[in-house]
Design a binder for this molecule. Structure first.
Ligand code: FES
Ligand code: FES
Length: 136
């Protein structure tokens, strides 16, 4: 299969590989798996007080397209609000990377991962006023 130059570039030089502290209040973690192939993607965001994503990191155990999709996504979400990041569609990722049809689910994994990371961040902040993290 012929991969696009962009896939190969992100695969060989992945941006933002790493981990953030999943227990930090300003970090959201999304971990998703692809039923189609068993690959796993972990994506984390660090959110500023203004609701803007300041940092993003990923670790992907999977194919080159999944690594490229998550690498691209971490670049895209930095500087975006949670709402904006939540609107990113896998089709935009697939288009940017010119993924072939058989690799579309790799970009779906990235969309699922950012949505899961946002949900995790929001859960932490709903819990905030329910006693566990009460200010003294
Ligand atoms: Fe094996 Fe994606 S199917 S790495
Ligand atoms: Fe399964 Fe890419 S994530 S083949």
């Amino acid at each position: 299969m012929a991969y696009s130059d962009k896939v190969i570039d992100h695969y060989e030089n992945p941006r933002n590989v790493g981990v953030l502290d999943k227990d930090a209040q300003d970090v959201g973690t999304g971990m998703v798996g692809a039923p189609a192939c068993g690959d796993v993607m972990k994506l984390q965001i660090k959110v500023g007080a203004d609701g803007v994503i300041e940092d993003a990191k990923f670790k992907t155990y999977g194919c080159g397209s999944a690594i490229a999709s998550s690498s691209l996504l971490t670049e895209w979400v930095k500087g975006k609000t949670l709402a904006e990041a939540g609107e990113i569609k896998n089709t935009q990722i697939a288009e940017e990377l010119a993924l072939p049809p058989v690799k579309i689910h790799c970009s779906v994994l990235a969309e699922d991962a950012i949505k899961a990371a946002i949900a995790n961040y929001q859960e932490k902040h709903q819990g905030k006023h329910q006693g566990r993290h009460q200010d003294q």
